[in-house]
Write a protein that binds this ligand. Structure first.
Ligand code: YXS
Length: 259
């Protein structure tokens, strides 16, 4: 079964997450498929992409495939991990990538949604970022995606509580560009994509790259970088991280000890 469905509709590239049995968990294979599909759309010079789940999905994506999270003592969000590679591919794609969200979005999938250039959601859309539920250290680029999208205080609340943000609030804080009813979301999102596709693709792609470069313009000292890495190592070497994964596998609430 294809983990993603890839099609070109009216000149717009459409990627549909297609593993509902695993709640579209971002497995290594699914992330590789996203990056490969974007490479293919790029060779075909597709100007705008929509990433979606199946029609009226209850879960857009359950986030990183927990069964594939590296075991303790390994960085779970390493620079070259397929999920991070897929995120960077979205950022570097020479055209806007629009997340069309129906259903709940969890963990790394919320990062995927805020990494997309635009997001359109319906009334069922919710967004949770959940490293603290897994005893897992998020990574610096991922945290920046959230700060850039919603600002520090909202991003902190999302990370500290790991609670889902409902559609209205997600729209209010800018996770969503538009909150559209489930009946109209497909028509609306395709019309938005076609409007953008009708403009100069060269100007749009260059302006997108300018946004990316400026959003990443945060000088950081080598010592600051090393301090971030040391802090993250402390977490992914911890018993809490081990317990977070174990609890999920055993379908029980984790008992964290803060070490
Ligand atoms: O029991 P089977 O074999 O049928 O499999 C079940 C679930 O185990 C599986 N599944 C997952 N497998 C791997 N990774 C996942 N993230 C994941 N989520 C679900 O899919 C089958 C159906 O799941 P089930 O029965 O729970 O479905 P449901 O409709 O009752 O509930 C849907 C969810 C999404 C509410 C529930 O599956 C859930 O809470 N999933 C975990 C969501 C989550 O915490 N994701 C964060 C993953 S870690 C991550 O993204 C980052 C690294 S971080 O932690 O930093 O945010």
């Amino acid at each position: 079964m294809d983990l993603i469905l890839k099609e070109i509709k009216d000149g717009i590239g459409v990627l549909t997450l297609n593993n509902p049995a695993r709640r579209n968990a971002l497995s290594l294979e699914l992330c590789d498929a996203i990056a490969a599909a974007l490479n293919d759309f790029e060779t075909k010079k597709i100007p705008v992409i929509i990433i979606r789940a199946g029609k009226d999905a209850k879960v857009w994506s359950a986030g990183h495939d927990i069964t594939q999270l590296p075991k303790v003592h390994h960085d779970p969000l390493a620079y070259d991990s397929p999920m991070e590679v897929a995120f960077r591919k979205i950022q570097s794609y020479p055209g806007p990538v629009i997340a069309m969200i129906q259903g709940s979005v969890w963990g790394g999938a919320t990062d995927l949604a805020v990494t997309c250039d635009l997001a359109v959601g319906d009334e069922t859309a919710t967004f949770a970022i959940t490293p603290v539920k897994m005893g897992l250290p998020y990574n610096a680029s991922g945290i920046m995606h959230f700060i850039n999208r919603v600002g520090s205080n909202i991003a902190k609340e999302m990370f500290f509580t790991a609670e889902p943000v409902k559609a209205e609030r997600a729209y209010h804080f800018g996770i969503l560009n538009h909150l559209i009813s489930s009946k109209e979301i497909e028509t609306f999102t395709f019309a938005l994509a076609r409007t953008i596709a009708g403009n100069s693709p060269l100007a749009v792609s260059v302006i997108k790259e300018q946004f990316r470069i400026l959003a990443e313009a945060h000088p950081i000292s080598p010592e600051a970088f090393e301090r971030i890495q040391a802090l993250r190592r402390k977490v992914y070497n911890s018993g809490d991280y081990e317990e977070g994964i174990k609890a999920f596998m055993e379908k029980r609430k984790p008992q964290f000890k803060g070490e």
